[in-house]
Design a protein around this ligand. Structure first.
Ligand SMILES: Cc1cc2nc3c(=O)[nH]c(=O)nc-3n(C[C@H](O)[C@H](O)[C@H](O)COP(=O)(O)O)c2cc1C
Length: 173
């Protein structure tokens, strides 16, 4: 693994103070979508949808579906479709959420690589989003990503640096 990847992975943090006043360049939003498309999924079924929201009225609707006020000039909403995902037959394990997690990880790292900031938001009301955006019906909405440039005084949360030890989490057999 190249050092470039480790540098990127260590630089990323959940940014909760994102500028509203500087729009994200459309090419950067396109690059994030491209990174999402490059994500692997079970059987390559790609059972996910991404909504890239920049319209101010629509943005406000997304914000009211979560209590967080992290800012940002764009919002991504990521959904998965269990009905399109691979299911492991012997124990009936549907892997839609895993696929969505991988797509989300690509998005987090793409955002970092483009000099932008975000936080994965899992705490939101998906029913409220679906009411505002009928096209989201049929998906399990797994993440919202406010996107934009970090405020000058944005810092990682204290627990960002709290990592459990490798010995605790990784066993070499
Ligand atoms: C699946 C998932 C859901 C998350 N949901 C939220 C959330 O709803 N609100 C929030 O402030 N942070 C949320 N986070 C961010 C985590 O709290 C954060 O990634 C973790 O504390 C590690 O900090 P770091 O991202 O700065 O390294 C979520 C992260 C993940 C991966």
């Amino acid at each position: 693994m190249g050092n470039d990847f480790l540098t990127l992975a260590h630089a990323r943090y959940s940014c909760r103070k994102i500028r509203n006043d500087v729009p994200v360049e459309p090419e950067k939003l396109d690059a994030i979508a491209e990174a999402a498309l490059a994500a692997p999924t079970g059987c390559n079924f790609q059972p996910w949808r991404l909504w890239v929201i920049t319209d101010p009225i629509a943005l406000e609707k997304t914000r009211s579906a979560t209590g967080f006020k992290f800012g940002g000039s764009a919002m991504l909403v990521l959904g998965v479709r269990p009905d399109e995902a691979w299911t492991r037959k012997y124990d009936d394990w549907n892997i839609a959420d895993i696929d969505g997690g991988i797509v989300g990880a690509h998005i987090l790292l793409a955002v970092e690589s483009l000099g932008l900031a975000t936080t994965w938001i899992g705490k939101f009301h998906q029913d409220q989003l679906k009411e505002a955006f009928p096209q989201m019906e049929g998906c399990r909405l797994v993440a919202m990503f406010p996107i934009g440039y970090a405020a000058e005084d944005a810092v990682p949360a204290a627990h960002h640096a709290e990592s459990r030890t490798e010995a605790e989490l990784v066993e070499r057999i």
